[in-house]
Design a protein around this ligand. Structure first.
Ligand code: F6R
Length: 241
């Protein structure tokens, strides 16, 4: 695991964008694994900036997102498909039909396997972008998730529901289930790039990097990946030895 401590959240976004830019230069038809949440917003803004300045193109890329809420249609403003269209896909030259986000309205019995088959048909993921939950989750693989898991339905942990409630109105339905790539899916990608900012993530980052490999901290499974890059700001890396 390569751990890079950046001076600021903005620098995390720039260094993260460097990783994606260099992949797109060497492999214009790369398969990207993408994440939602607060952390990658600055990364996506930086990628959009580079695209607009003519230094980066996603015309040949395909992408697979980590997860989606069960029960939210793609046009729902809190759905992860909506998020991706808003922050990235509508602002760059990727073909929308080459972007996949798990379908929150699909049959839960078959949606996971179907998504795995789509990833395999694309040749697997070259670079998987990740954030980390305060409880150490990656994707929506909450603590106790199997380290070999594939895409499937997961129940969100109470802390994740609280953390994400800020995105939902007081009277709005907040799903408690999500469809998520598994830890096994993430480990099969050829490279992983985890970004974390802010001191609320410091304990999870420490457990991921320095703790034992354990399902209690799903992100610790990245220690097993031969090409895992972690970029954190000083606050998120503040408890590392
Ligand atoms: C999002 C995802 C989650 C987030 C994590 C951190 O697609 O898979 O694992 O990366 O919950 O979220 P933020 O960045 O909002 O702190």
């Amino acid at each position: 695991m390569q751990v890079i401590i950046a001076d600021s959240a903005q620098e995390v976004a720039r260094l993260g964008a460097d990783q994606l830019s260099s992949l797109m230069r060497t492999r214009p038809n790369a398969v990207l694994g993408l994440a939602t949440g607060n952390t990658p917003i600055a990364l996506y803004a930086e990628l959009v900036r580079r695209y607009r300045s003519g230094n980066l193109s996603f015309a040949g890329a395909r992408s697979f997102n980590l997860d989606e809420y069960v029960g939210l249609a793609p046009e729902h403003p809190q759905s992860y498909r909506y998020f991706m269209n808003q922050y990235l896909f509508s602002q760059i030259d990727i073909a929308l039909e080459h972007t996949w986000v798990p379908d929150g309205m699909a049959d839960p019995q078959t949606a996971g396997e179907a998504y795995e088959a789509q990833i395999a048909a694309a040749g697997g993921i070259d670079l998987q972008v990740l954030g980390i939950g305060r409880n150490g989750h990656i994707g929506f693989n909450e603590p106790s998730s199997s380290l070999g898991s594939g895409t499937r339905i997961k129940t969100l942990a109470p802390q994740t529901l609280v953390d994400n409630s800020r995105f939902f109105g007081a009277d709005e339905f907040q799903p408690s289930l999500a469809i998520t790539m598994g830890i096994g899916t993430i480990l099969r990608s050829r490279k992983t790039l985890l970004l974390a900012t802010g001191d609320a993530k410091a304990d999870a980052v420490k457990a991921m990097v320095e703790g034992p490999v354990t399902a209690s901290c799903p992100a610790s499974a990245l220690q097993l990946h031969p090409c895992a890059v972690v970029i954190v700001d000083r606050a998120a890396g503040g408890r590392l030895e």
